[in-house]
Write a protein that binds this ligand. Structure first.
Ligand code: ADP
Ligand code: TRP
Length: 332
């Protein structure tokens, strides 16, 4: 019997499932650092990705394999951490159903990510699905089915965690049993929101992402097209590093050396071309070991399948124990 605290996190395999630098710095790297200290569950939220109409047309199984390869390539160790697909552990769905009985609709309608997505769906003249409204209920089930204490995620997930705590507390109160700990977020503050090449938050859905699986050449090309200081046309024009996507990325990936680059940029002592070339070299060097490991995994599909199978078995065993308690608490 392990005495380590339980930690759970996951990502959706949207947009083909490949992960980018924002996912790496905001979520994956923190996970890798935590896997020695905690009993860890890292899953691929394939059901969640079906809340987006576009994803319903995608090959979700293939996208999930891509996400799994990025998890492994970034250093998640399947011996330390259960890596699995949400849809392989049906207990998430049963708990989602039961939690949906105790979750007020008003709570869900107030979640900011829901409001944004709902407006987007309506702008495109589509219908808002029941699943989209219930997204945070499924996310809560994902977490508390393992009675996890900690959930390491990026800042944008804070609102979801808040409602997860509310739902867990409400279930405990209504049943008079203390089954679920209230899950705490472990928010990665190191980089905040990592910018994409256009200066907005890096995201699969903005077309501004550098992927772990991009080649060094693709990376250089994307960085060459990055947003810089619009008024810096000649080398001698002063730049504004705080407002430049390439300079902000440099600060993250070159924490010791970026000041000189920023000072020279401000003073008009260097051009954006040189800065971008250097940035691509720094990022490519950082990604090199991840890409090498990914190439090995791409050549060994049975290994990846085996990891997902074993991960699901471990997860199922833990989730089944919780469901026994839940059914008993509800006198089912
Ligand atoms: P995307 O916006 O690309 O679809 P997700 O919303 O699936 O990314 O996020 C998966 C995880 O990665 C979450 O924990 C999220 O907080 C983190 N994350 C995503 N984009 C960034 C970013 N640009 N900077 C930091 N963390 C991020
Ligand atoms: N909503 C999360 C995201 O977009 C993905 C997710 C689903 C998740 N279930 C989870 C994250 C449970 C942490 C815990 O990134």
């Amino acid at each position: 019997m392990t005495t380590k605290k339980r930690l759970l996190s996951g990502m959706q395999p949207t947009g083909g499932g490949r992960l980018h630098l924002g996912n790496l710095e905001g979520a994956l790297r923190p996970w890798v650092q935590l896997q020695d200290q905690y009993e860890m569950f890292c899953f691929i939220a394939d059901w969640h990705s079906l809340t987006t109409v576009a994803e319903q047309q995608m090959d979700i199984a293939e996208a999930s394999r891509q996400t799994a390869m990025d998890y492994l390539a970034a250093g998640l160790d399947p011996d330390k951490c259960a890596i699995f697909r949400q849809s392989d552990v049906k207990e998430h769905a049963e708990l989602h159903l039961l939690l949906s009985m105790v979750t007020p609709v008003g709570w869900l309608e107030r979640v900011p990510t829901y409001k944004d997505k709902r407006d987007l769906v309506r702008e495109n003249e589509l219908q808002v699905s029941y699943g989209l409204l219930g997204y945070p209920v499924l996310q809560t089930a994902d977490i508390i089915v393992y009675r996890a204490h900690l959930v390491p995620v990026g800042k944008d997930q804070e609102a979801h965690l808040e409602i997860s705590r509310d739902i867990a507390r409400r279930f405990n109160r209504l049943t008079g049993e203390d089954i679920f700990p209230e899950p705490e977020g472990l928010i990665s503050e190191t980089t905040g929101e990592l910018p994409g090449t256009d200066g907005r938050k890096m995201s699969k859905s903005y077309g501004n992402a550098i992927y772990l699986s991009d080649t060094p050449k693709q990376t250089q090309k994307k960085i060459n097209s990055a947003f810089t200081t619009p008024t810096k046309i000649h080398i001698t024009d002063p730049g504004i590093p705080e407002g430049c996507a390439a300079c902000r990325l440099r600060r993250i990936y070159d924490p010791d050396g970026y000041r000189t680059q920023w000072d020279e940029c401000r003073a008009g002592l260097r051009g954006c071309g040189q800065s971008k070339k250097e940035l691509a070299e720094i990022i490519n060097a950082t990604l090199e070991p991840i890409r090498a490991r990914r190439a090995e995994l791409e050549a060994d599909p049975p290994f990846v399948d085996q990891v997902l199978k074993q991960g699901a078995e471990r997860a199922r065993a833990a989730a089944a124990e919780t469901l026994t308690l839940v059914r008993r608490a509800l006198k089912l």
